[in-house]
Design a protein around this ligand. Structure first.
Ligand SMILES: Cc1ncc(COP(=O)(O)O)c(C=O)c1O
Length: 446
């Protein structure tokens, strides 16, 4: 017998969800009970979710706002009739809200399909508008949205220079200063991320942007891991362009923003239709954009309540607990300023994928700093850029387990996770060769 919302068949109950409007429901699409969901955070209660840098659960308030648009303001905002204008009003209201959230003006906001699209638009736009300049300066620790785009542009004559960084992954601003003094007039753009997605390390984007201004070079920052998690104010930051995405801070997936300072040269990536003032073609995703603006409201309230400071101390307690349990573990980027959201940790002699699979088996959701391609485990470019880690042992590829917190992560959850991580890592290290693993200070340092 197949269940339905009102009379679910217990064998087919897959989870609980919170429909907009507040009543808890159950959905019954599965064939066996899998996950119980917490009503408020819409996340499974029997899992500890430490993968918020990958994505966050949508807030119920965001779902509520989106549902209203889906059912009531669903018309095309470019239509001149009354229904179209209702949708248009929601769209422009959201634009004002998002622009206020980052201290900018409404006409400086272009809605996109997410972080990757914003980054692609920014870089291609600068290269197109500064067509006499073919050099792009970036860092070695960028997200693949920047890194792979620049690799793809190489055959078209675009030259990429990656700034050196210290052992935490912080870019060398002095090197940038020298480079711009020598080659500033060849540089179409500098692109340096605000906060690193793998380690949480915060880059000195204020100083980078100031140098770019001094040399008349455009500056774009990938703020996908910053915006919504920490306050951002474009009126005081020297950015020409800033990319970010709603799903990193409890908004919907597939919606992003490219902030573009007024009078910055701009060329649309998506052509056709003339939406977004000709800066991004295609009918706007009004429900998603309204969801994004609601996510901004929630983040703003959370900032005001002291959320980031609270989470910084929660994270500090978590790392202390981890190191107490696993003194050989090393935390990447620990000496640098880091986002409260991220702990990147390496365990001597263990491939991160194995740790992640075991953690998942025991109810902890995390990610690695490694990408698996064509069946081969490749070390993360970010961890590679940081340099050889004390956690690398012999021929085991050094990876990192990224444990990323959300604003609703609690110390209690983290204490449970610490015990699970400790047990898993100790067991894997013992299984590996039957003995405790030595720190790499004693290993060949070459
Ligand atoms: C730093 C950074 N940039 C860009 C992206 C891409 O964002 P999206 O998945 O919204 O395209 C991500 C997502 O993981 C990210 O962490």
């Amino acid at each position: 017998m197949q269940g339905n919302l009102d009379t679910p068949d217990p064998d087919r109950v897959r989870g609980y969800f919170m429909p907009p409007g507040g009543k808890t429901g159950r959905f019954t699409t599965g064939t066996r009970p899998v996950l119980l969901y917490n009503q408020r955070t819409v996340k499974p209660v029997d899992m500890i979710y430490l993968d918020h840098n990958a994505t966050t659960p949508m807030a119920p308030e965001v779902m509520g706002a989106m549902q209203e648009v889906v059912s009531e303001q669903w018309a095309n905002p470019s239509s001149i009739h009354r229904l179209g204008q209702l949708a248009k009003r929601r769209l422009e209201g959201a634009r004002e809200r998002v622009s206020a959230f980052i201290g900018s003006e409404p006409d400086e906001i272009v809605f996109t399909g997410g972080g990757t699209e914003s980054v692609n638009t920014a870089i291609r736009s600068c290269l197109r508008e500064r067509s006499d300049r073919r050099l792009v300066v970036t860092s070695q620790v960028e997200h693949s949205a920047v890194r792979e785009l620049l690799e793809d542009l190489e055959p078209t004559g675009v030259e990429t220079l990656k700034l050196p960084n210290d052992s935490n992954g912080v870019v060398d601003v002095e090197a940038l200063s020298k480079l711009l003094a020598e080659r500033g007039d060849e540089t179409a753009l500098v692109s340096v991320m605000w906060a690193n997605n793998e380690t949480g390390v915060i880059e000195p984007v204020g100083r980078v942007g100031a140098l770019c201004r001094e040399h008349g070079v455009l500056f774009h920052s990938d703020g996908t891991q910053w915006v919504g998690k920490m306050p951002a104010d474009m009126s005081s930051m020297p950015f020409d362009m800033l990319s970010f995405a709603a799903h990193k801070f409890h908004g919907p997936k597939g919606v992003g923003v490219l902030y573009t300072r007024r009078n910055t040269p701009y060329h649309s990536l998506v052509i056709g239709g003339g939406q977004e003032g000709g800066r991004r073609g295609g009918t706007e995703n009004v429900p998603g954009i309204v969801g994004l603006s609601e996510a901004c409201n929630l983040s703003e309230a959370w900032f005001k309540s002291g959320g980031p400071d609270h989470m910084s101390s929660v994270r500090a307690g978590f790392e202390d607990g981890l190191l107490e349990m696993l003194p050989d573990a090393c935390i990447n980027g620990r000496e640098a300023d880091r986002m409260w959201s991220t702990t990147s940790v390496g365990f001597p002699g263990l491939e991160s994928e194995l740790v992640l699979l075991m953690l998942s088996e025991h109810g902890v959701c995390a990610s690695s700093g490694s990408a698996c391609s064509s069946g081969a485990l490749k070390p993360s470019k970010v961890i590679e850029a940081i340099g050889r880690q004390p956690c690398q042992v012999a021929d085991v590829p050094y990876g990192a387990v990224r444990l990323s917190l959300g604003r609703e992560t609690t110390s209690e959850e983290l204490a449970k996770a610490t015990t699970i991580i400790g047990d898993v890592v100790n067991r894997l290290q013992e299984d590996r060769d039957g003995v405790s693993v030595q720190r790499t200070e004693q290993l060949d340092p070459s």
